[in-house]
Structure formats: C-alpha cells, structure tokens
Design a protein around this ligand. Structure first.
Ligand code: FAD
Length: 446
C-alpha cells in the first residue's frame, strides 16, 4: 500500500520549505491546485539539518556574478516578510586586504550595475576612518578596502524555519516529520521518470519530486544513480577526470558569551555583520604569540538568538573519504565535527585583532557544541537541476541559508517556466566548462 502526493518534497530545511510555500502560492495563482497537493517529509523534523544551525548571514558579496544576482533576488524575499522570517536587515561588511582589493572592486561595481546598494571605501587610511566612524575601537591592520552592503544582514536560524513552515502550512502544505526516505523507484524499474519513494513508513507515490536534503545529498545522488566521480572541464578547456562529485567541509563557528549589546555601534545601534579577511600577522589574545602569518578570515555579529557575539572562521576540508564521513548524528550532536579550544583561541584572537573591546575575552567563549558540516559540489557552487525527468535536485554547496529565494524560482521551474537566474547552476556546466570564476578569498564559498 502506498500513500500519494502530487508534489513530494524531501527535506524541511530552507530549500524544501521555501519550495513548498512558493509552489503552493503558484499553484493557487495559476488555478492549478493548492498547498493541499504538496507534502514535505523529513526524517527528523523542521530545521533538523544545516538550516537549523546556520549562522544565518545574508549577504550579496560574491565574486561570481551569477551568485550575486541570485542573492539579490533572495534578499528581496527575506525583505518581503522580515517578521515571519526573523530577519534583521542590518547590512553586511566585507573588509579586505590588498590581495583582495581588485576582486572586491569588481563586486562593488557590479552591485551598482544591478542596483544593489553598497558603499565602497578604498585605501588604508580611509578604511580606518570609515571603520572608526562605526566602531571607535576598530584596530584591524593592513585593510585597504571596505565594501559596506546596505541590505542583507542575518536571520535567526530556527525561528526563520518555523516562520517559513507556518506560511507553507497556512497554504495547505502537509509537513510530516519522522519519515526517512530510503530509496527512489522508477516506473519501469530503471531509468526514466521517478514514481515513488520508499520510506521508513509506507512508500509515497508522486507526480513530481523535489530533493532538498542539504548535507545528505551524497545518499540521494546514489538513489538517482548519478556518478560518484565526474570529469570537470575547467575554464581553459582542460578536462580533469575522476573528480569526486561531493566533498565535505567542517564549518568553524562559535559564540562569545557577552551581552550582544557590547557590539553596538558608536551611534548606539546594532551593527552590520562584519566579515574580515586579512593577511596581517594574527597574534594570540592570550599571550601575544604568533598564530599565523597566512591569510585568515572571520565573521561576526551580535545575536540574541545565540546569546552573544556569534560568528566563525574559514572552514576546514574534511579529509576522510567521502563515503566514510559520518553525517549523523548531525550538527551540534556530532561527536566528530564540533568546535574545540583551538578554534576558540583563533577566533577570539581574530576578534581582538579587529576590535579592542574583545582583547582578553577568551574566558567568555561559550563552551557548548557549535559548527557543523556541509556538502560541496566539485566547484563549491550550487547545483539546481532536474534529473530523471521529474526530480528536481537542490544541492546548494553550503551557501544556502541565505538563498530563501531559490525555492521561489524552483517552484516556477517545477511548473514549467525556466528561470535565467538558475541557468548558471546546471549540472552540465562541469562537462561544458562553464564554471564560475574563482576569487582570492580564503573562503571556498566567496
Ligand atoms: C554551521 C553552519 C553555518 C552556516 N551558516 C550559513 C550562513 O550564515 N549563511 C548561509 O547562507 N548558509 C550557511 N550555511 C549553509 C546552509 O546552512 C545550508 O546551505 C542550507 O541550510 C541547506 O539547506 P537545505 O534545505 O538544503 O538542507 P538542510 O537544512 O540540511 O535540510 C535538509 C533536511 O533533509 C532531511 N533529510 C535528510 N535525509 C533525509 C531522508 N533520507 N529522508 C527524509 N529527510 C531527510 C534532514 O533531516 C534535514 O532536515 C551554514 C551551514 C552550517 C553547517
């Protein structure tokens, strides 16, 4: 015995829920149905994956033009219902050393072209003056450009997911927790369109399937019988065979247990999200010893949801063979991928490098599990594409919390309208060599 849902969505994170909500709206607007035609299943619950532990930063700052255009679209969606999405439109700052100056200048220029409001400050002295106008204790060294995005900011991870889920449910969408999908079957047994999923309960039949399972994509890629290694043609036209399809990354994040008000600006208001990349020597805030002379990067924001100043540092690639990476238990419950004392020391020392108010605050670092893992495609950028005729895969390479608008675009594609914003993210780009440009940032997702 099977159950049935016209549209079945696997995963109740940002992508699954946004797709469900916007698909419900589109079905109704077009007279094709309603949210009652849509079921979301999740093996655990709403916000059980990466969306529920994300730092929540929402920015436009990407070196890749296609990413910037997509993010501008998503910021429109965050702004459309800031209250339900628990969205704080405080803005965002990319603060960079000379090695990144030219890259960030192109971002600033292209933000002007697409009408995304930002200020761009250049030169060491002007950057220091600008930053001291916001924080009187600013002291980061060797900074030669500041890109201050006036839109974006951050949202509170779990509240935003429950806000989105409520909007979907109000449109008639059913969200079922505790249903694990264990396989995908096709009509004829192999190849062709997908027909039903096997689950921990009854199989579920559908007309159209959306897979939005974040870090668990590795398993679903196998269910879809897709290749575990591929040939990637680079931008120079050179083929690289046997590239692993997926890699895992450990995100380094944590919280300093201080009153979030500590980070108010000189004007007494909540500041933009601060992201600093630097090639200045990083010294320990404990004993002044050298931590690194290599490029480093951090981001941070005051956040009442996390209860302090929360943020992170450049992530680490997980060297374990991809099939052996333990995804479950996920997030803060993972015995393998939560932050330890080394991260705390580096991150708080970096905060102190930037602002005097953080000097000597390492003892206030919150000793609680933080961080989590993400799954990335070969070029570290998303794949949004249809497989097997009726199966839409949203694999966002860990850029995704901010991408609330992707579900809106995917909903339109599911109903037959191709969206130009999603075209640069098709799977075929690895074969054709139409890859996104690579920046000089120490972060693989910039
Ligand atoms: C620590 C951390 C911080 C981050 N910070 C940011 C940030 O500041 N800004 C940003 O833009 N991005 C951030 N990201 C990335 C972002 O969180 C993810 O890209 C995004 O949340 C992925 O959303 P999703 O809906 O695809 O997947 P998820 O939110 O992971 O949801 C997938 C869901 O699928 C369910 N599922 C999995 N397998 C099955 C199955 N077999 N059957 C049924 N259900 C299943 C899971 O239970 C889960 O609930 C961060 C990621 C991490 C780990």
């Amino acid at each position: 015995m099977s159950t049935q849902s016209k549209y079945l969505i696997i995963g109740a994170g940002i992508h699954g829920l946004s797709t469900a909500y916007h698909l419900a709206l589109d079905l109704k607007a077009k007279g094709l149905g309603s949210g009652a035609d849509i079921t979301v299943v999740d093996k655990t619950s709403i916000a059980a994956g990466a969306s529920g532990i994300a730092c929540g930063v929402i920015r436009n700052n990407y070196f890749q033009p296609a990413m910037r255009e997509l993010m501008a679209h998503s910021v429109d969606v965050w702004e459309s219902d800031a209250q339900a999405y628990s969205y704080h439109p405080v803005g965002y700052m990319q603060i960079s050393p000379e090695v990144m100056h030219a890259d960030v200048a192109t971002i600033a220029a292209q933000q002007k072209d697409i009408g995304y409001e930002s200020a761009f400050i250049e030169g060491q002295q002007d950057c220091m003056t600008y930053m001291r106008g916001i924080f009187d204790d600013w002291q980061a060294q060797q900074i030669t450009s500041v890109l201050h995005e006036k839109r974006g900011g951050y949202a509170n991870n779990r509240p935003s997911m429950f806000g989105l889920a409520a909007k979907a449910e109000n449109e008639g969408v059913t969200i079922r927790s505790g249903i694990t999908v264990t396989g995908i079957e096709t009509e004829s047994g192999s190849g062709g369109a997908c027909k039903r999923v096997l689950t921990s309960g009854k199989p579920i039949e559908f007309d159209y399937l959306v897979i939005a399972v974040g870090p668990w994509i590795r398993q679903f890629w196998q269910y879809l019988e897709q290749p575990l290694t591929i040939t990637v043609k680079d931008n120079a036209g050179v083929d690289h065979p046997n590239v692993p399809m997926w890699r895992y990354l450990s995100l380094q994040e944590g919280t300093l247990g201080v009153d979030p008000d500590v980070l108010k600006t000189n004007a007494g208001v909540m500041p933009p999200v601060v992201h600093v990349d630097s090639d200045a020597p990083l010294l320990s805030t404990v004993d002044g010893s050298l931590i690194t002379e290599e490029m480093w990067g951090i981001y941070y924001k005051p956040d009442f949801n996390f209860g302090g100043v929360q943020g992170g540092a450049a992530p680490d690639w997980i060297e374990t063979a991809v099939d052996d990476v333990a995804i479950d238990p996920y997030g803060h419950e993972s015995p393998d991928y939560v932050m330890g004392t080394e991260f705390a020391h580096i991150w708080v020392s970096s905060l102190a490098h930037c602002q005097k108010r953080f000097e000597g605050t390492l003892p206030k670092y919150k000793d609680e599990p933080s961080g989590g893992i993400g799954c990335l495609a070969p070029d570290s950028f998303p794949i949004f594409d249809v497989f097997r005729e009726n199966c839409y895969v949203i694999a966002d390479s860990n850029h995704g919390y901010k991408m609330i608008g992707v579900g809106k675009l995917v909903a339109e594609e599911v109903l037959g309208t191709r969206k130009s914003l999603l075209e640069p993210f098709r799977f075929a780009r690895y074969a054709t060599g139409e890859l996104h440009p690579v920046s000089n940032s120490p972060f693989p997702w910039s």
